[in-house]
Design a protein around this ligand. Structure first.
Ligand code: GLC
Length: 611
């Protein structure tokens, strides 16, 4: 039987991991039963998909891949509504759809669904599990793979386990971390940094019903799960498999670095976390090999790469390129690509099995985790620079084109992150306020430049729904008592279908952005230099305001050139010969001395092959 064959390949490793986590030898057979049950339940259709993916394991690196991320209710009210909108996704060339959390969540505060009341049931406001299954199969017919968020680190404080725990049930309490007094919490707080220092300070929350403290690394209504209890791990894996069997194809492992806690450490990125991710990888290979894992790991580069595992013992297939987001905005604002080039080089030097999704905006804030050592080398004061960047993006200087908000501003350390949509950051909102066509032209150029980058870098692009029609910041959250405390809501507004219609009217900013992104998508999909085995590197432009990425596939070559400058620039390249043609403007270029590039222009110059 297929399952047994796959199991036998990994059995020893599974037992080793379980033993090293729990120091028990009796867990393996129950674990196997769990896998068997979910394998039997898996539909013939999905098993067919598994077989296809086994013969094409790099399917997610195909040049066709273009992703989008969205809140299904903001985009289309419900899962059924979303099904009706598939033609819109096709129009944009989407092949990968990431839905923000859709599992049952508390009605009031729920951290955008990241506080989960259930690990397997869809929240009725989106529809039912059957609706999800139908949506997945419809998406599959349209070559779109669904990615679901899976929250591993915590449940809501109203999840059935938490409710039982509050009622005194010991078995349920053992699924979380409870303390009778502040001794351990005080010690823990002295070592472990806070995730939301100003919106949710401290790592513990007092539970009145029990007169105890519970560990809450994120918001007080998100209780951290205790993976030292194998029941938690088993239930998490079982729930993932049950969602996989509805047709989900990619799991986004939410906040995965935090899932294992060890007193006396910073409780991030511990070895046990990697063992668990490896175990989940193995489970997917055995039960549903069609499925891949995308880790949400917002960590320093050296810790980040570890989440890919080694080539022999892989963990996540994909990771978010969050440092890229920060570096791209930094380059745009400071008109300097030095930090960006270093970041790209470090990513490009990773082994072949390390792949990223690239994005300029997502549902979260932008944390300014730039490379401090490089900043010092450039004589840049990291704190002063950060203060400049976040004030610029918030529009706090009269000369700034951007509109945005600060997030988790800490008056003592002066740390802050930034919130806003890409269109508002790039100047479209200000141009509308100032009613200036000239400013609008510049803003659109910046916006498309930023998008062009995520299409050019190794990995695949992930759009943030609404950005393709240049949706602006929405400040109405300030009047909503459930939302006003979380500035991330400024870029989480309802998708405006009336404005989306304007993408069809020539000359509107919606049309210019939408068509610009469509052009990027179309060119990426037909160009061999976006094949998976393309060699990608940065290339010296001899100008810090101009970035060059060179993509070579066999004899073919594409030079992607980007200007981050407010004015016209010159760049030149070494060691390149021949003629090139820009796929966007059709103009020819012969790289050499003093090639001209306009402010915020991007070029995809394809080498003209000798006949
Ligand atoms: C992830 C999510 C973020 C959420 C947090 C807690 O970082 O992206 O939106 O607040 O997890 O679940």
């Amino acid at each position: 039987m297929v399952l047994q064959e796959r199991l036998s390949k990994y059995r020893t490793e599974i037992y080793e991991i379980l033993f090293s986590l729990y120091n028990r030898t009796d867990l393996g057979s129950d674990f196997e039963k769990l896998l068997e049950k979910r394998y039997i339940e898996r539909s013939t259709d999905l098993k067919k998909l598994d077989q296809n993916r086994i013969s094409n394991p790099n399917w997610y690196l195909d040049k066709q891949m273009v992703g989008i991320t969205m809140y299904s209710d903001l985009f289309a009210e419900s899962l059924n509504g979303l099904k009706e909108k598939i033609p819109y996704l096709k129009e944009l060339g989407i092949t990968y759809l990431h839905l923000m959390p859709i599992l049952k969540m508390p009605k009031d505060k729920n951290d955008g669904g990241y506080a989960v009341d259930s690990l397997v049931d869809i929240d009725p406001k989106f529809g039912s599990n059957k609706d999800l299954e139908n949506l997945c199969s419809e998406l599959r017919k349209n070559n779109i793979s669904l990615c679901l968020d899976f929250v591993l680190n915590h449940t809501s404080s109203t999840h059935p386990w938490a409710l039982k725990a509050k009622n005194g049930n010991i078995e349920a309490q053992e699924r979380y971390f409870f303390y009778n007094n502040r001794d351990v919490p005080n010690y823990y707080d002295s070592i472990v940094p806070e995730v939301f220092p100003s919106s949710a300070p401290g790592n513990f929350t007092y539970v009145e019903e029990l007169n105890k403290w519970v560990l809450t690394s994120f918001y007080p209504f998100q209780w951290d799960l205790n993976y030292k209890n194998p029941k938690v791990l088993f239930d998490i894996i079982d729930s993932m498999l049950s969602l996989a069997n509805l047709g989900n194809e990619i799991f986004r492992l939410d906040a995965v670095p935090y899932i294992w806690k060890e007193l006396g450490t910073k409780c991030r990125n511990l070895d046990e976390v990697h063992k668990i991710v490896r175990l989940i990888h193995i489970v997917m290979e055995i039960v549903c090999p069609a499925i891949i894992l995308k880790g949400e790991v917002v960590m320093a580069p050296n810790e980040l790469a570890a989440y890919f595992g080694s080539e022999e013992k892989r963990e996540c297939h994909l990771l978010y390129n969050s440092a890229l987001m920060a570096n791209l905005w930094d380059s745009l604002v400071s008109q300097d690509t030095k930090l960006l080039v270093d970041q790209l080089n470090s990513i490009l030097s990773l082994p072949k099995h390390c792949n990223f999704v690239n994005y300029i905006r997502c549902h979260d804030d932008i944390g300014w985790a730039l490379d401090m050592q490089n900043q010092y080398d450039m004589n840049q004061d990291p704190l002063e620079h950060k203060i400049f960047i976040y004030n610029f993006l918030s529009g706090n200087f009269p000369y700034s084109y951007s509109c945005g908000e600060l997030y988790n501003y800490d008056p003592i350390s002066k740390d802050a992150r930034s919130c806003g949509t890409s269109a508002s950051f790039c100047g479209i909102e200000k141009a509308l306020i100032n009613n200036s066509d000239e400013e609008m032209d510049k803003a659109i150029k910046r916006d498309l430049l930023m998008h062009s980058l995520i299409f050019s870098i190794e990995g695949f692009p992930l759009l943030s729904s609404g950005d393709e029609i240049a949706q602006l910041n929405d400040y109405s959250y300030k009047n909503d008592f459930l939302k006003y405390e979380d500035q991330r809501n400024v870029h989480r507004s309802k998708f405006n279908w009336d404005r989306a219609e304007l993408r069809k009217s020539k000359g509107t900013y919606q049309q210019r952005i939408f068509d610009g992104i469509k052009e990027l998508t179309a060119n990426k999909k037909i160009n061999n230099c976006f094949n998976n085995d393309t060699f990608v590197s940065t290339w010296d432009s001899h100008n810090d305001k101009v970035l060059i990425i060179r993509r070579t596939y066999k004899e073919e070559e594409l030079l992607c050139v980007f200007s981050f400058s407010d004015s016209e620039e010159f760049f030149y390249t070494d060691n390149l010969v021949g003629d090139y043609v820009d796929l966007f403007s059709n103009s020819r270029m012969t790289p050499g001395w003093g090639y001209k590039i306009k402010s915020h222009q991007y070029i995809w110059a394809k080498k003209i092959m000798e006949k």
